[in-house]
Design a protein around this ligand. Structure first.
Ligand code: UD1
Length: 418
């Protein structure tokens, strides 16, 4: 994916099999976890995507090392940390950079970080992270634009999270690993990426129970050690390929997909009229027959992932009837609607609801990727559109999808980067 634009000649039915890469969100949480120890940590199944590169740069800017020892293995080392404050120009690249706070605070008793960047999909505050650190005894203040957190040694606390924030839960879990006493996070996020991070931390000697549920307990220990950890499959990438199969009337086997993480999507696809079969770790998706309108709620896990909301909107432009999409996680995640309309979709948005009337024939034109998943929605729409769709700003897609164009071509899509 070297170019700046994707050019898609739509109307090809996708067929064949495609392997899912390691999870973006699990990877960007695992990299800062290496800050907790002076020894090597090895991550396996790490995707070659922009956000992993950015997160590795954040670690390196603190004096850490990040090195690919194979195409999908990353060696991380934080033996010689020289700074507790990542450079703002790196932090603005992705929201997960704020995870250095929990890890640095736990191991060194101090951390500083600017408000993190990431996709423009809502206000995205960090109050639950900061409230959690404060409950664990950290002194929190602002120094210029940066947040500063300090504590000689954090102490375990009972923390109620106002909202089950994914990165917030991960930050507090890391902070709790080396605290004195036990931390309990109530109303924790339960996404599979939380359980994946807990598994890594437990491999490093942490004592975390309940990760993946809404109550996570972290018994603090005096020290952690290096470990090897395998990143889970990217459920959002898997879901994107499932929708690609459905929208092109195709027949695709999505390998190493971990269907257990995709129950909500599979249920919705079946309701739309798509055939989905689970076969071990694979999913077979067939877009045969007529598609019907549905109502979708984008929610915290195990609800339908907000990251699959825009891709599902692309699919629903091809469904018979009126579909409603309610975005319940981020307040500004329907900006892609205007781009879908350029392709001929009959879709309007009011607040956090999108209303789609279908089916409408999509006609290729020039559109712009506004963020990772909005970009994915346009790729999907382009695959179904008649004629040529040109998508600009595809660097957004490169942040989160490993070789999406190559993978789609292997399934028969006509997609080029230019
Ligand atoms: C993570 C994912 C992102 C996904 C999102 C929701 C990563 C790197 N990113 O983002 O792909 O779309 O989860 O599944 O893992 N909130 C607060 N206060 C806070 C933090 C969050 O009110 O301190 C609110 C946000 O405004 C938003 C909601 O919580 O409305 C969800 O945000 P959160 O779960 O924190 O998302 P991220 O962890 O940023």
């Amino acid at each position: 994916m070297a170019g700046e634009r994707f050019i898609i000649e739509g109307g090809r039915r996708l067929e064949g099999s495609v392997a899912v890469s390691g999870s973006k969100n699990a990877s960007v949480a695992a990299i800062p976890a290496a800050l907790l120890v002076p020894e090597d940590c090895y991550l396996e199944n790490v995707p070659a995507i922009g956000d992993v590169k950015f997160m590795a740069q954040v670690l390196e800017s603190l004096g850490g090392e990040a090195e690919r020892t194979s195409p999908s293995t990353l060696r991380l080392n934080a033996a010689h940390i020289t700074s507790f404050s990542p450079a703002t120009e790196l932090v603005v690249n992705l929201r997960a950079s704020f995870l250095v706070m929990g890890a640095l605070l736990a191991r060194f008793g101090q951390a500083m970080c600017s408000p993190p960047g990431g996709d423009v999909i809502g206000q995205r505050p960090i109050d639950v992270h900061l409230a959690g650190f404060a409950a664990m005894g950290a002194d929190i203040h602002r120094q210029g634009e940066k947040f500063v957190a300090q504590a000689k040694r954090l102490r375990g606390a009972r923390i109620f999270m106002d909202y089950p924030s994914v990165l917030g839960t991960q930050n507090l879990m890391m902070a709790g690993t080396l605290a004195r006493g036990t931390t309990v996070i109530i109303n924790a996020a339960s996404e599979p990426e939380i359980a994946s991070l807990a598994e890594m931390l437990n491999n490093m000697g942490a004592r975390i129970h309940g990760a993946g549920s809404h109550t996570v307990e972290i018994e603090g220990v005096d020290a952690l050690h290096g470990a090897r950890h395998r990143i889970i499959p990217d459920r959002i990438e898997a879901g994107t390929f499932a929708i690609a199969a459905a929208i092109t009337g195709g027949d695709v086997r999505i390998c190493q997909a971990e269907p257990a993480h995709l129950h909500s999507l599979v249920a919705k696809l079946k309701e739309v009229g798509v055939q989905v079969e689970e076969d071990g770790t694979d999913l077979r998706v067939r877009g045969t027959g007529q598609l019907g309108a549905v109502t979708i709620q984008a929610l915290p896990y195990p609800g339908l992932a907000t990251d699959l909301q825009a891709p599902m909107a692309a699919l629903l432009t091809q469904a018979q009837g009126v579909s409603y999409i309610h975005e319940r996680v981020f307040e500004n995640r329907l900006l892609y609607v205007s781009e879908l309309r350029k392709l001929g979709a009959e879709v309007v948005s009011t607040g956090t609801t999108a209303i789609i009337s279908g089916p409408t024939p999509l006609i290729g034109t020039s559109v712009r990727a506004l963020d990772i998943r909005a970009g994915a929605a346009l790729v999907l729409a382009g695959l179904a559109a008649r004629g040529k769709t040109e998508i600009s700003d595809i660097y957004h897609l490169n942040r989160g999808y490993q070789c999406i164009d190559e993978k789609l071509r292997s399934l028969g899509a006509d997609i080029q980067s230019a």
